[in-house]
Design a binder for this molecule. Sequence first.
Ligand code: NDP
Length: 400
Amino acid sequence: MGKVLIIGAGGVAGVAVHKCAQNSDVFSEICIASRNRDKCDALKAQVEGKTSAKITTAQVDATDVPALIALIEQERPDVVLNLALPYHDLPIMDACLATKVHYVDTANYEPEDTAKFEYSWQWAYRDRYEQAGITALLGSGFDPGVTGVFSAYALKHYFDEIHYIDILDCNGGDHGYPFATNFNPEINIREVSARGRYWENGQWIETEPMEIKRVYNFDQVGEKDMYLLYHEELESLAQNIPGLKRIRFFMTFGESYLRHLQCLENVGMTSIEPIQFEGKEIIPLQFLKAVLPDPASLGPRTKGKTNIGCIFQGIKDGEAKSLYIYNVCDHEECYREVGSQAVSYTTGVPAMIGTMLVMQGLWRRPGVFNVEEFDPDPFMDALNKWGLPWQIDENPKLVD
Ligand code: NDP
């Protein structure tokens, strides 16, 4: 029994609050804090009374370290779950360090003024977290998150050595809009408009954005175009899976999404360079976010399924072997259960699970860790229990 302080009240936080509340044997108290307290109160109203968890709310600016420290001191949570934006990782980690409270997030730090994300900034806290005797668990969403747990599980139970990993993220959902993003548009567009990158034989190989395309037939979704992207778990898995020769990440995109994105890029709407507009400085991408559908509003409209997983190739007992571990998640079922679509669901559930394992002490070690550095078994069991059951294919079609 313990208390979690959840920072952020957007799409992912909405699911995490529902899931923590469902798991009230572990999360007996939940405090939701975000920039707009109204959103926290609305979330509380949706969940309260359905479980025995006690839910409170607060207002906080996640860029303001003294305010975060004051909130943590007032609430005294066992763990802080950061579900605000990647820009807030470092201030929240600072506040956890000052108050000696465990920290969990789902996305690595990204400075607001450069579209660049990498773990170096957060890994730089390792010594300080170790000395403070607290745990930071980084990237406990689906990807990063479950993809790292799948990798650790495959290595523990199926392989002596893993040589190749392809992470395949397929969203076969349809929300009926010509263009919308399934999670925070600013973060999503920064990610997909960046140059592609994968890791091979100890080196990073860069591609043009969307340069490498493959077609894959996904279980329960069907055939989709997918494109090679850089994704943050490539960085930690390349370090944490011994013997790895190559790791790539592919995400599916529909034609309409790509056509709109290209047009928006061509006219400058995806830029993060400030411009003057009617006497005021604005950032085009932030303005674009304001006119696009709120990802939280996609829930009731989205039909179809996601299929996200990893294809592993390696060696077991001297023999070549391949294995695919994946989860299929249905947008409409997620909406019926927690009022959100599957992209928020597949992130919010593992965020709850990682926080639970830290809270229970099963995944607790002083320092800063990525999910694949802990024992995958309790996480894999919890995925089956809490709504993201996984499947194994021992004879998968490989990606060339
Ligand atoms: P949303 O935009 O829906 O929610 C973000 C929340 O952060 C909002 O409640 C927002 O408040 C709040 N916020 C923004 N700025 C501040 C601030 N200065 N102080 C306090 N709160 C603030 O995003 P999502 O829920 O879609 O995503 C949440 C996180 O999950 C992101 O970091 C995203 O990168 C990550 N993610 C990870 C995935 C994974 O698989 N690992 C997949 C999808 C997302 P307000 O309402 O006032 O704007």
